[in-house]
Each structure stands twice: as C-alpha cells, then as structure tokens.
Design a protein around this ligand. Sequence first.
Ligand code: AP5
Length: 214
Amino acid sequence: MRLIFLGPPGVGKGTQAKRLSKAYCIPQVATGDILRAAILKGSAEGKEAKAYVDAGRLVPDELVIRIVRARLLEDDMKDGFILDGFPRTKEQADALSQMGEASRIDRVLYFYLDEETLVSRIAGRRTCSKCNEIYNTDYRLPKVKDVCDACGIFLVQRKDDCAETVKERLIVYQKETAPLIEYYQKQGCLSCIDASGPVEEVARHVTDICLVMS
Ligand code: AP5
C-alpha cells in the first residue's frame, strides 16, 4: 500500500500515519519529522531548513524532493509506505510522479477539519523529540505528566506551534498545498476523510479505505 496523507497542519496526519504504519508494517515518511531531526543534529540539510521551519514557511522544494527521492529507494519502502506531509506543492507532486516505479501511489487520503479545531489541536500538542510520538494536553495525555510513555523523556512543544507561526502555516497551506486536493482529485485517486471525530473514529475511516484497496 502506497499512500499520501494530505491535509492542513494539526489535522491529525501524523497521529493516523503512526497507527497505520504499525498496523500494516509499512514506514511512515514524515518530512516534518525528518527535517526536525536534521535541525536537531545540525546537519547541512538541517541548517538549510531551520529558518524556514521556524518561520512556518515551506522548505525549498529542491531540498525536500532530494530527501524523499533518496528515502524512496531504501529497502524498507518496497512493500509500501505512507508519505506524511509530502508532497506539499505542485512542484513536489510533479517531481514525485517522475520518480519512477518507486514512487507509484495507490491512494491520497485528504484529511479535512475546521480551522478553529486545527488551531486548538496544535496548541495542545506535545511531542517526544526522540521517538516523535504525538500527545495532546486535551486529547491524548501521557501516563506521567509531560513525559513520553515510550522514552521516558520530557515532552516538548514544537517551536513552530506558537500562535503566530501557526497562522503563517495555515496561510502557506491554503496557498501552496490545498491546490493538490484538486490535482489528485483529477487523477481519480483522492479519498476525503472527515478528521473531526476522536482518533479512533478517524482511524476507522482510514482502515475502511485501506481494506477496500487491499
Ligand atoms: P510537519 O511536521 O509536516 O507539520 P504539518 O503538516 O504542519 O502537520 P502537523 O505536524 O502540524 O500536524 P498533523 O496533521 O501531523 O497532526 P498531528 O497528528 O500532530 O511540517 C513542519 C514544517 O516542516 C513545515 O511547516 C515546513 O516548514 C517543513 N516541511 C515539512 N514537510 C515539507 C514539505 N513537503 N515541503 C516543504 N517544507 C516541509 O495532530 C495534531 C494534534 O492533534 C496532536 O496533539 C494530536 O494528539 C491531536 N489529534 C490528532 N488527531 C486527533 C483527533 N482525531 N482528535 C483530537 N485530537 C487529535
């Protein structure tokens, strides 16, 4: 199963991608996680990406395309994958379609949600900087306050989750990424998912789509 998860910031793409990745034993390729790890490591890619990520703007297409192209050629991608947060521009989508058999996509799952709920979910998000597990101060609490269940380290609030940057990310999403809804609709491979329900309910919609495909 080769999937793209598309949708605005905070809609729950990462949460659903992690669940599906475990259930179907296929890798989640989250460009946001890859970029944050590169920034933390201080690699050349991280240094290039930092200012963009911190400001809530998109990292240049060339850099993200290079990262995804290399990742798609790795061995664990052969039996399927979930691209979470890529593509995000028409240029990235075009580049993906030209990456050959490795980049063949079965379905694009578009998650939608009203802006007020997006903003509130982002405000409550806490993440583990080691394993990238996602928590929420309202919807998904760790067993011990502010500590990752799996790693035992303190959870953090992403720097780009502050109110000002979230505003910018939502604007960038509408301008650069939302046009991909029509792009994939025209290709007949888009499924729309109402992401307003609880995590389990959204996961059921996702599984239903996957069952039809398999
Ligand atoms: P990225 O990390 O991809 O951020 P995003 O797309 O803005 O998405 P988010 O991670 O904010 O949200 P999500 O949909 O995964 O929601 P989540 O599951 O966490 O990108 C960050 C930055 O990296 C970009 O701004 C850009 O700079 C750069 N970048 C990345 N990819 C790029 C690309 N392709 N090109 C260029 N630049 C790129 O859920 C959110 C919260 O809600 C959590 O707290 C969660 O617990 C909670 N939640 C989830 N589902 C539910 C539910 N059903 N009910 C209640 N709460 C829920």
